[in-house]
Design a protein around this ligand. Sequence first.
Ligand code: NDP
Length: 264
Amino acid sequence: MDLGLSGKVAVITGGSIGIGFAVAEALAREGVHCALCARNEERVKKAAKTLEERYSVRAIGVRADVTRPEDIDAFVEEIRKTFGGADILINNAGTGSAEKIMDAPDERWQYYWGLHVMAAVRMSRKIIPFMIERGGGVIINTASICARQPLDYEPIYNVTKAALVMFSKCLANEVIKYNIRVNCVNPGLIRTPDWDKTAQIVSREKGMTPEEYLDRIAKDNAPIGRFATPEELAHFYVFLCSPLASYCVGSTYYVDGGWLKCTI
Ligand code: NDP
């Protein structure tokens, strides 16, 4: 099936590993050029090189911390210089938290607000003018199932991801007149380095191996009984990016193996 994506340019924040890299790779396979950013420069440059070598697309990897407006400005400038603009924006950079509301200081709330919400606001404000020039575009925000079904140990994560879902809806209403489709994806359990890191720490406390711990999490939570691979999730992003998803606007899609315990 021709997904109509060849030759487009995609910007992916947090594109060096995990879900972001899997989405970049799935898009590159369709002939999409990619601009990735992350804080670890060596890793993000290596990720871009991998895409160029495997898929014969143009890819850049830029060191940028999306919580810093000046880094976003520099990243967008690199995109402008290399590609002259962009057609697709995946606001994906993010990470889990662990705290109690009664203990967490304001700075912690502000950090996650910056990472999960303001980064998407600022990236969108910078990239949308390129999309308008090109006659349209697609924005996908990676929120989380936790935006609707909270995990007890990470209230700040739950709250800021819920805000990202609402940001997606509001932005979708504002920019559809420019033929820019904004949607949000709420993944469930996706086996990425972030989960591997958590498993290393928590499994020791529980007297399990990391694999046993992850298997237990999956069996206890997701009716499907397992984690998804990042690649399984990435297929869905590719569809949403493609013109085949032309009537998908302003929605939030769960990709969670049945974990959400209610109908939407
Ligand atoms: P990973 O930790 O595996 O990857 C995170 C990526 O984001 C890395 O490329 C990391 O690179 C980058 N990143 C983190 N912080 C920043 C920052 N401040 N500025 C720029 N880049 C940053 O995470 P996942 O792939 O698991 O998660 C990706 C997104 O999906 C996140 O938003 C997460 O909340 C969401 N999600 C994940 C789920 C899962 O089960 N894995 C479930 C639901 C949602 P570097 O460290 O070099 O900056």
